[in-house]
Design a binder for this molecule. Structure first.
Ligand code: DMJ
Length: 633
């Protein structure tokens, strides 16, 4: 134990008495009681009387003095939970009395007697969180939230892409394929909600094929990850590959596969119409024509986030054409120049080259890095040598991330991933999209390949790079958690900036004045919205499975509670928010499909049995649709 610490490990674990706040009055009383004058005084009756008054006085002061801190300790100090201003006001009067009787030195946290220290020694999780029934109850709450979200969608928007819960109507923001139905379907299967499986499944059976043949322009990436991915996962989970219907609800699984093939055939034109292996960004479904985005460029993440789905479609349909086209993208990108594995966010389908210098792991860059790893995992890792270049690209890129993009905040040393908007020779920007919070999960998965840390260590599988990545994963997950914790609502903004030695900006905090990280995290007015995104709880899910550290469950629960409190709409559904830093937060009137497809699914799995959809048997596509690994060729 380092000498520089003001307390020893034993103190933190077992004996926190000496770190409790001690009032001036208590100190005087205690020295009086232990001094010789005590004996003289108590021997006369006036003395006894005065002594009794003293005891009552002390007891009264201790009661008014200690009840408040002990309540705060149980949540705020143990978990570092945000204290909202409305909470503060309720303790205001008692707080005045408290201040009068004692000074408040900055001391190490008190731990309740049932507390254990988590594996990284930073967070302290009460043993009560080990209670299985707690997590069964919490998982049930998530299931209820899903049912509530679905009912709102069904009531006002069935068959539309998304629900506008405040206006109580639907909107087709993704081309009109009923994206919420398909995105939500496998979540309902995993949660075992047969009624929703039947409703969503029947809609797919009755409407989706026709929509696919009639609809116009759709985005290749969005349609692949949400609709194609959703159909394929529903096919697997309902028992399609075994030739049976194991979900006991919804249509025969072959309906999902046939619909997926119909859609996949049309989407293929984005690849086959392009002069290079880089697909165009859009497809017109009714005539299977493909088109570049306005401006002609495709996003790097979009062209490289199709392979899990197309490979699996080839595997289950027996037709190699889907996987072959999609994998040409990766083979082509392999040959392009990179900066320590990092790539610009735009690529041209005409030239096949990256365009511009902008490097980031947020929008347009994110899932490129995710799929390098996951497509390799999908192939069953060691079994397919032809694909090991993807894992090499992944490892190189993560070294590049650590070397060029990771920095720490001041004053409190939060670890974050910034951007290089002008490439390797340009300035570093301390900006991190919420989207980047997928990275902790991916880093942890890449380190242990889906096994628990314990198993991976027992099998001697972790090299120093894996351990560094796992450490970075945990540090970044903490930062993602604090992006929630620092706001008034407990919900993260879309984008955060971080205070560093070189960069600061006054007056843009998250609104939670009691957050330890208020000065580390900057939230600009334009970035204060929250779209019900999944990335942080996704990473908590993966990290919980891998590290078995209960703090990830507890953090996920806090986020779920904030969603319940601030995004639930009384008439049905949940809404995105315009500003997470004010209470009440203004609503944005949109329930994104990924709230049902991803956010609630990951929360459900985070609180559930670890053997449900195990990470060494499935890869989740970037929209949280699980796909089995080790494909049939
Ligand atoms: C989802 O569609 C996917 O997770 C995608 O990779 C990123 N954006 C949204 C969720 O935030």
């Amino acid at each position: 134990m380092s000498n520089s610490l003001p307390y020893s490990r034993k103190d933190v674990d077992y004996d926190n008495a000496k770190f409790r706040h001690r009032s001036f009055f208590k100190v005087i009383t205690q020295s009086f009681l232990t001094s010789n004058r005590k004996r003289d005084c108590i021997s006369c009756s006036t003395g006894k009387f005065l002594f009794l008054i003293l005891i009552f006085g002390v007891a009264y002061l201790m009661l008014t003095h200690d009840t408040i801190p002990s309540r705060v300790v149980s949540r705020d100090q143990v978990f570092g939970i945000r204290k909202n201003e409305d909470n503060n006001s309720s303790t205001h009067d008692a707080g005045r009395l408290k201040k009068f009787w004692r000074r408040a030195p900055r001391l190490p946290p008190q731990l309740p007697p049932d507390t254990k220290v988590s594996t990284n020694g930073i967070n302290h999780v009460p043993a009560t969180l080990d209670d299985k029934s707690l997590w069964i109850t919490r998982q049930q709450k998530v299931k209820e939230a899903f049912t509530y979200a679905w009912s709102g969608y069904k009531k006002y928007a069935m068959g539309y892409d998304e629900l506008m819960p405040v206006s109580q109507r639907g909107i087709d923001g993704l081309g009109g394929l009923g994206a919420t139905v398909v995105d939500a379907l496998d979540t309902a299967m995993m949660m075992g909600i047969d009624e929703v499986v039947a409703e969503a499944g029947s809609w797919v059976e009755e409407h989706l094929a026709q929509r696919i043949s009639e609809k116009g322009q759709v985005n290749l990436f969005e349609t692949t990850i949400r609709v194609l991915g959703g159909l394929l996962s529903a096919y697997h989970l309902s028992g399609g590959e075994k030739g049976m219907n194991i979900s006991h609800a919804g249509p025969n699984p072959s309906v999902y596969l046939e619909t997926a093939k119909n859609l996949g055939d049309r989407l293929l034109s984005a690849f086959t119409s392009s002069p290079t292996p880089i697909p165009f960004s859009d497809v017109v479904l009714h005539d299977s024509s493909a088109h570049p985005a306005p401006g002609g460029l495709s996003s790097t993440s979009e062209v490289s986030t199709l392979q899990l789905e197309f490979n699996y479609l080839s595997s289950v349909s027996g037709d190699p054409k889907y996987g072959m086209e999609a994998m040409k993208v990766m083979e082509h990108i392999k040959s392009l120049p990179k900066i320590e594995g990092l790539v610009p966010i735009y690529i041209s389908p005409d030239s096949g080259q990256f365009i511009g210098q902008n490097i980031r792991l947020g929008s347009r860059g994110d899932s490129y890095y995710e799929y390098l790893l996951k497509v390799w995992l999908q192939s069953g890792t060691s079994s397919d040598k032809n694909i090991s270049y993807l894992y090499d690209m992944y490892k190189e890129a993560m070294n590049g991330v650590r070397h060029r993009l990771v920095q720490k905040t001041v004053p409190n040393g939060l670890v974050f991933v910034g951007e290089l908007p002008a490439g390797k020779d340009g300035a570093f920007s301390p900006k991190m999209d919420h989207l980047v919070c997928f990275l902790p999960g991916t880093l942890a998965l890449g380190a242990t390949k889906g096994l628990t840390r314990k198993q991976a260590m027992a099998n001697n599988m972790l090299n120093s790079e894996d351990l560094e990545n796992l450490k970075l994963a945990e540090d970044l997950a903490k930062t993602c958690y604090e992006m929630y914790s620092v706001t008034s609502t407990g919900l993260a903004p879309e984008i955060a900036y971080f205070h560093t030695k070189e960069f600061s900006e006054q007056g843009h905090d998250g609104g939670n004045k009691s957050s330890e990280y208020m000065h580390d995290i900057i939230i600009r007015p334009a970035d204060r919205h929250n779209l019900l995104r999944p990335e942080t709880v996704e990473s908590f899910f993966v990290l919980y499975r891998i590290t078995e550290d209960l703090k990830y469950r507890e953090w996920g629960w806090q986020i779920f509670e904030a969603f319940e409190k601030y995004t639930k709409i009384e008439t049905g559904g949940y809404s995105s928010l315009d500003d997470v830093t004010v209470i009440p937060p203004p609503k944005r009137d949109k329930m994104e499909t990924f709230f049902l497809g991803e956010t609630l699914k990951y929360l459900y799995l985070l609180f559930g049995d670890i053997s449900h959809i195990p990470l060494d048997k499935f890869v989740f596509n970037t929209e949280a649709h699980p796909i089995p690994i080790n494909l049939k060729k």
